[in-house]
Design a binder for this molecule. Structure first.
Ligand code: SF4
Ligand code: SF4
Ligand code: FES
Length: 262
């Protein structure tokens, strides 16, 4: 066995506390070959701090529960290999900064569920039964990318519009949910427009699309490698702007409105 695969002691610095406050605590903890940060957190629970609070479920990068900040970067603890750190490096693990702390590494992410509930769901096309829906493969592929989302909320955590700006939270849904609006807006079978629901307008007026300045930080942290900015937010912005400022789109909507009232 090579020296590189031997167990060693790592220096971990972990935020401990609750909604009333807390601070960083230092630990020396064993690391074995092939382990990820979540393994080390579990070893700490088992050997030194049995009451260390951490949320996790799958340990496979699929449930989206173990989100935290590792050396200041939003990451899944179960998908961050210890081998990416130098052996003498301090590994600092803190809770997601954008959401209120419950305890230790566990945050209250209910902001995200509230935002999810604000978005009207898919409107089934009238006159078609499930099973009769037909879509072009490229339309299927487009929304399939967005459906890989595991709702880890790392993109929400990193977005500078709400990170450190509690005052923006009521007016901004965040990248994950603007992406959901984009997905529904580009769905060829969504009958929302026929019911009078203009998803582009609600993205601008109710969900804060205009706050996004396409910095792509959300895309950079997405563990599913979804191109949130390029494939969802920028196209949604382009279609919103087209609608608002394109004189032909404006004229077309006027004519359609007049025809409806004739
Ligand atoms: S691209 Fe937009 S949504 Fe994504 S992190 Fe930047 S400002 Fe936030
Ligand atoms: S879009 Fe990516 S980063 Fe955002 S919640 Fe979904 S999986 Fe997580
Ligand atoms: S424990 Fe499920 S994503 Fe990490």
């Amino acid at each position: 066995m090579s020296a590189q695969s031997d167990a060693y002691k790592a220096h971990f610095r972990i935020w401990r506390g609750d909604a009333d406050g807390g601070g960083l605590e230092d630990f020396r903890v064993e690391v074995n070959d092939g382990e990820v940060v979540l393994d080390i957190i579990h070893r700490l629970q088992a050997t030194q701090v049995p009451d260390l609070a951490v949320r996790w479920n799958c340990k496979a990068g699929k449930c989206g529960s173990c989100s935290a900040e590792i050396n200041g970067r939003p990451k899944l603890m179960c998908m961050t290999r210890m081998s990416v750190f130098e052996r003498d490096e301090t590994v600092t693990v803190t809770p997601m900064r954008t959401f209120p702390v419950v305890r230790d590494l566990v945050t209250d992410v209910s902001f995200n569920y509230a935002k999810a509930r604000e978005i009207p769901s898919f409107v089934p096309p009238p006159g078609l039964e499930p099973g009769e829906y037909r879509m072009r493969q490229e339309d299927v592929g487009r929304s399939q990318e967005f459906r890989k989302c595991i709702e880890c909320f790392l993109c929400q955590d990193t977005c500078h519009v709400v990170r450190d700006h509690e005052e923006n939270k009521s007016a901004f849904a965040g990248p994950r949910f603007l992406m959901r609006i984009a997905e529904l807006d580009m769905h060829p079978l969504d009958a929302a427009p026929e019911t009078g629901l203009d998803r582009k307008r609600t993205a601008q007026e109710n969900h804060g699309l205009g706050h996004c300045n396409i910095t792509k930080c959300c895309t950079e942290v997405c563990p599913e490698h979804i191109r949130i900015t390029d494939n969802a937010l920028i196209p949604l912005k382009e279609r919103s702007v087209d609608r608002k400022y394109d004189p032909l789109v404006w004229l077309g909507s006027k004519i359609r409105r007049r025809n409806r009232t004739d």
